[in-house]
Design a protein around this ligand. Sequence first.
Ligand SMILES: Cc1cc2nc3c(=O)[nH]c(=O)nc-3n(C[C@H](O)[C@H](O)[C@H](O)COP(=O)(O)O)c2cc1C
Length: 334
Amino acid sequence: MANTKVSYLGLELKNPVIVGSSGLTDQLGSIMNLEKAGAGAVVLKSLFEEEIIIEKESKLSQMNTSGFIYPETIDFYEHNDGPKEKSAEYLELIRNLKKKVSIPVIASINCITASQWTFFPRELEMAGADALELNLFILPSDLNRTAEDNEKIYFEIIDQVKKQISIPLSVKISYYFSNLATMIGKLSESGVSGIVLFNRFYSPDFDIDTFDITSGNVLSSPGDLALSLRWIAIMSDRVKCDLAASTGVHNGQALIKQLLAGASAVQVVTAIYKYGPEYITKMLDELNTWMNKHKFKSMDQFVGKMSQSASSNPASYERVQFMKYFRGFEYKGS
Ligand SMILES: Cc1cc2nc3c(=O)[nH]c(=O)nc-3n(C[C@H](O)[C@H](O)[C@H](O)COP(=O)(O)O)c2cc1C
């Protein structure tokens, strides 16, 4: 057996497969199954800042309709409190997981502001979370906000959270930045231990008969790998922290590609929704077979081997137009 140990966020993982934040990672039993199937670590389902605020507001309005509300109560919710039940459940899950599983447990918070909820990361640390991943996304759709306005928020959030915790912090981002390479570079110097490229978001779709707005594809497809593969390869030697790959990793080959590009670890979600936790074992078997075939005994012998900086043809990572390539391309069927 080849040695598949990796270091991610300063944590030792027995292998690079992390089950990404999703409905697969919000229950003790399912996480124990993921560990049994071989997962190297898990990122818990995100606790959403939006959810927190809605829950808090609904509690306040329930108290209001009951006729009386102490001003102190408002103050308490305004300044101290978060989502009592959700957050308490989340902490309980972490405490239970720490008794039942030995793989690293990475907590996750989805956030868009640097206020109200930022007391919570310390509680996550105290409950035993091994690291925290911030699921950060501000859709740049506001015509009155500049790119700088939006980007500033990322650093404010990281600053606030860093002050609260001593466990490693990572950020999971999208590719919606006006200068993606610069932003990834700056984030890597902000004190985070890792960046996850990229998150996949809920996207609206239309029903053209009912004129309803429906949800687009929730799950990824194998072709979605290309975007994160390119950016992991371009950035992996240019950042001051770890990079984890996410989106479109549907099999062992895709896992190997992301490692060759320079990912320290690889997050998988859709493939496990589709094929179950045992699929992790299959992907790891593929990794092992491939490492044996190429006589790699440990991960450091090949991780980053195909990053842009290690490549004899770095231009191919930045080629974006088809121009002369594929001019005579014909579709021959699949
Ligand atoms: C049903 C579902 C729920 C998800 N929930 C979260 C979440 O709470 N937080 C988060 O950061 N990402 C969430 N994601 C995104 C995944 O963690 C992952 O980034 C995305 O699915 C791309 O990986 P994949 O191609 O392996 O599916 C969710 C994805 C799915 C399909």
